[in-house]
Write a protein that binds this ligand. Structure first.
Ligand SMILES: Nc1ncnc2c1ncn2[C@@H]1O[C@H](COP(=O)(O)OP(=O)(O)OP(=O)(O)O)[C@@H](O)[C@H]1O
Ligand SMILES: [Mg+2]
Length: 292
């Protein structure tokens, strides 16, 4: 059975792309066949991280100008990373060119949009039936724009990532009531993932230290709350949201070494012992155990 998981948020910059790519990489490392889809069509970014200029984009597939095997390509090869074995790592990218993005903004009429949505559903079906994917991981655009909802509609599990600032909390609450209650009603399993919560930072002097030492510091900070800033309690911030039937995943602290690195991306591959990687594995286990 193919699991289709989408990462979404109210505001931008909550970690959707980072988490989507790292979840995909963990699953590949565990031997799964995974496709990572950039459906953040208003501001695509995945191709940059993979340092790829694809010949064809998801946009071309939607417009009947590309086949499945031109759209969903093997990226493990381009990453040239043996650590990504034994699974298979595929990705589909959105076109970052100005005209391609504008095309989604102009009004083409309901028939055109319906056709494009049907084509997106077809893409999902082909990845399942022809490519036999174990997982399809989708990065979406923030908010409630047309294509954010389209992307969520083809997923079975939705992860709503958020930061703990007041604007994001208020917006996320609204999003949950306006949108997620409907998805939950129609059978999608939805989660809140609090990302970049304060309470843990690796002191600069330790960035180059051993994984073991960094881990110990992290665990101590979590257990004792004895860190520079006290860990926020997510449940108190989001009180009352349980009514929507959305579950909480293990929250992810903000790791300064990830936030301020210009190169860090697939942390789970480059640094599997980093607390980010370990927490992400816990999160994946929480998601996988929820059968549809
Ligand atoms: N847990 C974390 N700790 C520290 N930095 C993080 C964490 N998660 C994500 N980041 C950093 O936050 C920044 C934003 O992440 P990312 O681009 O994945 O967010 P996004 O939700 O996809 O943004 P957008 O909505 O603009 O597409 C990146 O620099 C990323 O490295
Ligand atoms: Mg993004």
């Amino acid at each position: 059975m193919t699991h289709c998981i989408a990462l979404h948020s109210y505001k931008g910059g909550t970690g959707k792309t980072t988490i989507a790519a790292n979840i995909a990489a963990i699953l590949v490392k565990s031997g799964k066949k995974v496709a990572l889809l950039d459906l953040d069509i208003y501001a695509p970014s995945l191709h940059n991280y993979f340092k790829l200029t694809p010949k064809k984009y998801i946009n071309d597939f939607l417009d009947n100008n590309a086949d499945l095997n031109e759209t969903i390509i093997d990226v493990a090869e381009s990453l040239n990373d043996k650590k990504l074995q034994p699974g298979k790592f595929y990705a589909g990218f959105s076109n970052p060119n100005r005209d391609a993005i504008f095309k989604f903004e102009i009004s083409n009429g309901p028939e055109y949009w319906k056709k494009q949505f049907r084509k997106l559903v077809f893409l999902r079906e082909q990845m399942i039936t022809k490519m036999d994917m174990d997982y399809i991981i989708i990065d979406t655009s923030p908010g409630i724009r047309h294509w954010s909802i389209n992307a969520l509609s083809i997923a079975d599990k939705l992860i709503l990532t958020m930061k703990m600032d007041d604007l994001d909390i208020e917006g996320t609450k609204k999003l949950l009531y306006d949108i997620y209650t409907t998805f939950v009603k129609f059978g999608a399993i939805s989660y809140i993932l609090l990302n970049r919560i304060s309470g843990y930072c690796i002191p600069v002097t330790l960035i180059n230290d051993t994984d073991e030492k960094i881990n110990t510091i992290h665990e101590r900070a979590v257990k004792t709350g004895n860190s520079t800033i006290k860990m926020q309690n997510p449940k108190t911030v989001l009180e009352g949201l349980e009514v929507t039937g959305v579950k909480y995943l293990t929250p992810l602290p903000c790791y300064c070494d990830i936030q301020f690195s210009s190169r860090e991306f697939l942390t789970v591959v480059n640094n599997p012992n980093h607390p980010f990687s370990k927490n992400l594995q816990i999160i994946i286990d929480e998601i996988i155990k929820d059968n549809l």
